[in-house]
Design a protein around this ligand. Structure first.
Ligand code: NCD
Length: 316
């Protein structure tokens, strides 16, 4: 955690939301909100990252996170390079750190890293030069800090508060970095009740999500909640098939309009995407009036602008 902050108290790296203070999180959300514009209007642009170079290094697939980090950096005036893992030397055996040192020699200031292996963003953060920042764009099943921030911002916009809210996180909680980062940020920001709803095989270990009530039935789990956060089934993180076929999964854990009626009438529906329509969520719910899924994407750009600006501003 101390690795994330400079001695002057400013944010240097963003590797996890766990252990960040409420004040730090609120400051990032407030900064992000200034970058939010309604969909359809021109985006906010500034020059606060003039002369800065950002490298996106994604060794796992990504659409939204990679594109939004790239757009965020460009809208602040930075230069951006995207490393395609298939093209990079990592496949030739060059170590991750050698790639980092090469890019540092090309004056890269910020590394945005997504990796399926736990510990990679932290390892890089320990080895970069003092002026360089590392932002995690998703670390194994463990954390996805900018996703947690955009989820918190989306909830705040819709509900205007965190205190007293009931949030249900539904689906493959066991393998979800999105759920873990949501837990960290929402707990610190004062959400009263976080429930996890999953089939037994996709429940996290008992030592995790301490304090969250656990439900193995969707109807019970979402009864009366303000926020329903659906998750994708992470087949790529399962050694063996741990879930029933798609139809049976939808019948038990899929969010249909009928099921959603068990939540509060003004409940919002979230999903980090990519969505498996018809497996974890029905299309009419994903595209329906309670869905804030596109707001999450819009907020993702704003949050990544805020984080980039904060880590660069803190260098001075
Ligand atoms: C998520 C991820 O990669 O962790 N996607 C995202 O960043 N929006 C969720 C997922 O892949 O299911």
């Amino acid at each position: 955690m101390t690795l994330q902050t400079r001695t002057n108290g400013t944010l240097r790296h963003l590797l996890t939301l766990e252990g960040m203070t409420r004040a730090q999180l609120e400051a990032l959300l407030a900064r992000a909100q200034k970058f939010v514009k309604p969909i359809g209007e021109p985006p906010v642009q500034s020059r606060s990252l003039d002369g800065i170079t950002v490298a996106n290094m994604f060794t796992e697939p990504s659409t939204r996170t990679r594109v939004s980090f790239e757009l965020a950096a460009k809208r602040l005036g930075a230069d951006v390079v995207n490393l395609e893992v298939q093209l990079s030397s990592r496949v030739k055996g060059e170590s991750m750190l050698d790639t980092i040192y090469t890019l540092e020699a090309c004056h890269v200031d910020v590394f945005v890293i997504r990796d399926a292996e736990a510990g990679v963003p932290g390892l890089v953060a320990e080895h970069v030069q003092p002026h360089v920042s590392v932002l995690s764009a998703g670390e194994a099943h463990l954390s996805h800090p900018t996703q947690g921030l955009l989820d918190a911002l989306t909830i705040l916009q819709a509900k205007k508060k965190f205190d007293g809210l009931k949030v249900a996180i539904v689906g493959d909680v066991k393998h979800s970095r999105v759920a873990r980062s949501a837990l960290h940020v929402l707990t610190t920001l004062g959400v009263g009740e976080i429930r996890i709803v999953a089939p037994r095989a996709l429940m996290p270990e008992a030592g995790e999500f301490v304090g969250c009530e656990r439900f193995t039935s969707l109807d019970g789990g979402i009864a009366g909640v303000d926020v329903v956060m659906m998750l994708r089934i992470q087949k790529e993180r399962m050694a063996t098939a741990q879930i029933p076929d798609a139809d049976r999964y939808f019948a038990k854990f899929g969010l249909s309009a009928e099921r959603l009626a068990k939540a509060r009438p003004d409940a919002i529906v979230m999903h980090p995407q990519p969505m498996n329509r018809g497996i974890e969520i029905a299309s009419d719910v994903a595209d329906g009036p309670q869905s804030v899924i596109r707001d999450q994407v819009r907020n993702g750009v704003a949050v990544r602008m805020a984080v980039l600006e904060a880590v660069i501003e803190g260098r001075h």
